[in-house]
Design a protein around this ligand. Structure first.
Ligand code: 26Q
Length: 815
């Protein structure tokens, strides 16, 4: 190996950076007028940074070349990357030189960074987790490759019209994406439709193949994923669908040339749009096509590289390859790997199955039974006929194992079958994931435990050794160093720089918790971050938050189980107290909500409308002004959180116990010194244990209390006996927040009054209101709050995705 190829060549000093900026601006982009930088300077800067990424990418690959290292492939339908520029600059340590170079153009880094669009290729937590994991893998120097889809349209953009959510398409690629490299040479071919054919090979063995398929090309676009100051760059490979050049010949000959070309659109539809996480979208054929497209293209990619290096020998394949499946979305990979190994590479069923079950690992992200993916057998049969054969065979062999272990237990066989029988039989994707994997993990302690005692209990009894927990984490580079520079500087000054790659070092902040001077500096940083957030809220919502008030924030997807409704009820309760003059001891509070509702989720959308209407009433009442503000930030996304979490005092994590698998926003807030008001759910429990009960505002029913409580849950009695809740409901019911549209919030009221309410809104109201009151009383004792804030950050080290990835690497991936 030429040693020169193993060293970066491009200099990071500001002269060289400035020269490169000029070159890209003038020559790559063809711009000559430096007075008009708009848009182009961001691209020129991105390209300048990208040059430096390129050589580190090459070096990372060169180091791996020829070495037989075990590799991991993270398969995910979502990678919610957000912006890349600021992160790349941080990780390459180019901040100072870039600032200097930009001054020659009279440009400043912050405003240029603002011009970059978010890569919104995900819905929420699961997609952002994949992005944090990629960052940690690169930083830890682990050989992990991400595989995903290059959606033309990412998560929809949200705006409000008369307080109601309106969705607009997110054409994020329109101005080009400087971070992606198209690699047509690695294009793969993915089959759809057609049928299976069985035949005997030369050796007389029975074989299968997939014939008369309609094929789609998968073209890879690679995104560089830089590690933090370690000269490592990993790869995120995103697939775009393209039509094959095989025109429908018949149409072609009949003269329908244009129609034949137009047919190409159908293939290209596959990667057109990200599906919002929406129950009403369940079962859509296009979504199944996306899932198979990702699974097949990625597996072919890995196998083709394997064959290049090892020939058609697969004995060691499992020793060197591992696939981590991000929820059930890519679990068709189990059946697809079987198909590729048998039909395309001639392995026997047993050999292929041994390899598959040694390479696949599945992560579950939900406890809601209705969110478990199922696909109609009819649809799978039509779209992926050969895969359905394989799934049936996996199931037959699996049920034989079950029958052997529990002879005669037919109901258990039915429960565990990969196929849910009925008038419209369905494939249970989670069960395919469990049966086909050597590891099944949940994403927080409670969640993993509930999986083994609830949803997957039968499987746990059969294979307890497969099940494990990997508590989520978030990357401290984006969620501290980048988004909260002032706090980072304070850490560095007090503790040195090690915290950025070893977040457990924040523990040492405990020594400063009682230091008055340090406390003042801590408060000053928070105040500056609150100013920045206040300005953003004025700009986007035209609502002005008082800097001395508690910044009380709930940002996440809108869902009944996340209970934004409970938060709104609290706001109405405060409003009610203030307007009746009951303001004794009240602490000024600014409540910020943000999040998207799935387009087909009526009650979630109505919750947004309620929040906006309540905000209108609350914010326009002069008598309320000193005490309370409410704002709903439109189009919440990754880059919004970068401004929100540093400026937050109180983090709302108020899901119904047992429903939120983990939560990751809770971790970002904690790192940035927010205190949490939360239920005993998901990772909240681990946060509470890390920081101590006295630094966490806990409320609500516990998961084990809910079944018993539900038996005689009577919201109407609760309302009748709680003067505050009664008044809150009366305000909604009498139309106080819907003067011009009487009765529109009836479905929300109904949901609260429903004795079968699975979300326990009325049941948890009182303890929530009390916990909010305690929070406000602590906030008044400035020093106590500050100390608690410091202790929260100090205890957040465990929630670094570096720790999570080290756990995956040690326990599952064995790298
Ligand atoms: C499924 C079928 C069809 C269309 C869309 C979907 C779909 C898409 C996205 C289903 C689910 C999702 C996303 C789920 C998600 O974000 N789950 C969250 O994962 C986080 C990371 O583990 C956890 O912290 C959260 O608790 C969990 O809700």
């Amino acid at each position: 190996m030429d040693k020169k190829l193993l060293e970066p060549i491009l200099s990071n000093d500001h002269d060289q950076v400035a020269a490169d900026l000029h070159r890209h601006f003038n020559f790559t982009l063809g711009r000559f007028d430096t007075d008009d930088l708009s848009g182009y300077m961001m691209t020129a800067l991105a390209l300048t940074v990208r040059d430096r990424l390129m050589e580190r990418w090459r070096i990372t690959k060169a180091h791996e070349q020829g070495k037989r290292v075990r590799k991991v492939y993270y398969l995910s339908l979502e990678f919610l990357l957000g912006r890349s520029l600021g992160n790349a600059i941080l990780n390459l340590n180019m901040q100072d030189s870039i600032r200097q170079a930009l001054s020659e153009f009279s440009a400043d880094l912050e405003s240029i960074e603002m011009e970059e669009k978010d890569a919104g290729l995900g819905n929420g937590g699961l997609g952002r987790l994949a992005a944090c994991f990629m960052d940690s893998c690169a930083t830890l120097g682990l050989p992990v490759i991400g595989y995903g889809i290059r959606y033309e349209y990412g998560m929809f953009q949200q705006s409000f019209k008369e307080g109601r959510q309106v969705e607009q398409p997110d054409h994020w690629l329109i101005a080009g994406n400087p971070w992606e490299i198209e690699r047509t040479r690695h294009t793969r071919r993915v089959k759809f439709y057609g049928q299976s054919e069985y035949y005997h090979n030369d050796a007389g063995e029975l074989c299968a193949r997939w014939i008369q398929s309609q094929d789609v090309l998968a073209v890879p676009y690679d995104m560089p994923i830089p590690g933090y100051k370690n000269d490592k760059v990993n790869t995120l490979r995103l697939w775009k669908a393209a039509a094959t050049d095989e025109f429908n010949l018949q149409e072609f000959n009949e003269g329908d040339y244009s129609d034949a070309v137009a047919q190409k659109n159908l293939a290209e539809q596959i990667t057109m749009v990200l599906y919002p996480n929406d129950a009403s979208e369940n079962g859509k054929e296009l979504r199944l096509r996306q899932q198979y497209f990702l699974a097949s293209a990625s597996l072919q990619d890995v196998i083709s590289d394997w064959v290049l290096e090892n020939g058609e020998k697969f004995e060691e394949f499992a020793a060197f390859n591992c696939f981590q499946l991000n929820d059930t979305h890519p679990t068709l990979a189990v059946a697809e790997l079987m198909r590729l190994l048998m039909d395309e590479h001639g392995l026997s069923w047993d050999d292929a199955w041994t390899i598959t079950t040694k390479t696949m690992a599945y992560t579950n992200h939900t406890l809601l039974p209705e969110a478990l993916e199922k696909w109609s057998v009819d649809l799978v049969k039509e779209l992926l006929p050969r895969l359905l054969d394989i799934i049936y065979e996996i199931n037959a062999r699996f049920l034989a194992v079950v029958a052997h272990r529990w002879p005669g237990d037919v109901s258990r066989q039915q429960r565990m079958s990969l196929i849910e029988e009925g008038s419209a039989p369905q494939v249970r994707m989670a069960y395919l994931g469990i049966v086909g994997s050597f590891s099944v993990n949940g994403v927080a302690e409670l969640h993993s435990k509930l999986l083994t005692t609830g949803l997957f209990r039968d499987f746990f009894e059969l294979w307890p050794e497969k099940f494990n927990n990997k508590t989520n984490g978030v990357t401290p580079r984006r969620w501290l160093a980048h988004c909260n520079r002032d706090l980072g500087d304070l850490f560095t000054e007090s503790l040195g720089t090690g915290w950025k790659t070893d977040l457990s070092q924040l523990e040492k902040l405990r020594d400063f918790a009682d230091d008055a001077e340090f406390g003042q500096r801590w408060d000053a940083v928070k105040r500056k971050n609150k100013e920045r957030l206040r300005d953003r809220v004025i700009q986007k919502c035209n609502v002005e938050f008082d800097l001395d008030s508690i910044f009380d924030v709930q940002v996440k997807r809108i869902h009944e189980y996340k209970r934004q409704l409970l938060n709104i009820l609290h706001v109405i309760h405060l409003y009610d107290r203030i307007t009746r003059g009951d303001t004794e001891g009240l602490v000024p509070r600014s409540v910020l909500l943000g999040g998207k509702a799935a387009p087909g989720y009526a009650l979630a959308k109505l919750t947004i409308k309620l929040a906006n209407n309540v905000a209108q009433v609350v914010n326009s009442d002069k008598s309320v002004d000193p005490y309370l503000k409410l704002a709903f930030l439109p189009n919440y996304r990754v880059k919004s959180m970068e401004i929100i979490c540093p400026g937050t005092d109180l983090s709302e994590q108020i899901s119904t116990a047992g429903k939120e698998a983990s939560g990751t926003g809770n971790m970002k807030f904690m790192m940035n010194g927010a205190l949490t008001i939360g239920t005993y759910d998901g990772a909240n429990i681990e946060i509470l244990e890390a920081v101590g009960r006295e630094n966490f505002f806990l409320f609500g029913l516990k998961v084990e209390e809910i079944p018993e409580f539900s038996l005689h849950n009577s919201p109407n009695d609760i309302i009748e006996n709680d003067e505050d809740l009664k008044r809150v409901l009366r305000l909604i019911e009498c139309g106080h927040f819907s003067m011009f549209e009487p009765g529109i919030f009836e479905p929300i009221v109904q949901s609260i009054r429903n004795p079968m309410d699975p979300w326990m809104v009325a049941a948890d109201f009182r303890s929530y209101i009390d916990a909010q009151w305690s929070a406000s009383q602590v906030y008044k004792q400035k020093k106590v709050w500050t100390k608690s804030s410091i202790l929260n950050t100090a205890a957040s080290g465990y929630f670094s995705s570096d720790r999570t990835i080290q756990d995956y690497a040690r326990d599952i991936w064995k790298i």
